[in-house]
Design a protein around this ligand. Structure first.
Ligand code: HBI
Length: 96
């Protein structure tokens, strides 16, 4: 199983992930993506869902029109692991 990152390692990883932040009161990271319209937002979610499924690592997320709020945490580990950092980078790459 993936290991939870230390607070220091998590901070360092977040340094390379623009606009991703730590979630207050929980070992998780979050980012809100805002797209041009619903079509762009849902296209992002579709591509990210396929990447997540391939990783067998899935986001918590919420979509309202052109906004997608994402929270990443590894449930099995009870916190942020390297899998969350990889998925965050993948989502950033997909969002462009
Ligand atoms: N996704 N975010 C997240 N965290 C998990 O622990 C997780 C997952 N997707 C699939 C998964 N774990 C499975 O590997 C286990 O529940 C068996």
């Amino acid at each position: 199983m993936a290991e939870r990152l230390s607070a220091e390692a998590r901070k360092q990883a977040l340094g390379g992930l623009p606009d991703w932040t730590e979630v207050h009161g929980r070992d998780a990271i979050a980012k809100t993506f805002i797209f041009k319209d619903f079509n762009e937002a849902f296209g992002f979610m579709t591509r990210a869902a396929l990447a997540a499924e391939k990783m067998d690592h899935h986001p918590e997320w919420r979509n309202v029109y052109k906004t997608v709020e994402v929270v990443l945490s590894t449930h099995d580990a009870g916190g942020v692991t390297a899998l969350d950092i990889t998925l965050a980078k993948t989502m950033d790459a997909i969002a462009g």
